[in-house]
Design a protein around this ligand. Sequence first.
Ligand code: GRF
Length: 191
Amino acid sequence: MAAIGIGILGSGAGSNCRAILERIRDGTLCAEARVVISDVFDAGILHVAQEFGVPNAYLPPGKYRTRFEQEAEFLLVQMLHEAAVELVVLAGFMRVLKQPMLAAFPHRILNIHPSLLPKFPGLEAWKQALTAGETVTGCTVHYVDAAVDHGEIIAQRQVPVIPNDTSETLHARIQVAERELYPDAIRQFCE
Ligand code: GRF
């Protein structure tokens, strides 16, 4: 099977990005990371890319807080095309993608979300699960569409909520599951 060219977008520490790059390196994920792009200057995810020798860039997002300015989003499409990206992988990416990206990569953008969607879309989903008194939560990999944390579900993993969990302990447990689930879901997409 030919390796699929992926582009990873993230705003944070990059632990999911690291898990994906490790799986590519050890040969258990048939993909080639072509570029890592962040909307946050000096984000951890850019350092992870550097560590693995993956081309990486900071893309200034413009004046909005939750999305790219349209010009910046067109630039993002151009950067991904120039890097020959076939599949876009959102890994802790905190902006909502709009039409330029959705039209350029139809059914080719994946996201990971720290809940069992459709439950608890939006920010700090693990806190939402804790507040709701759930005994089981988890994480979801799904296709990205125009709505937030919405779109066809590809894979899910359950994570138990343990008595006396704090939002930190629960989030950490979900992140362990995310780092297994995301590379597996990308492999499933490739197949
Ligand atoms: C993850 O918990 C992910 O579910 C959420 O943001 C976090 C990103 O962490 N969307 P990292 O940057 O991959 O370490």
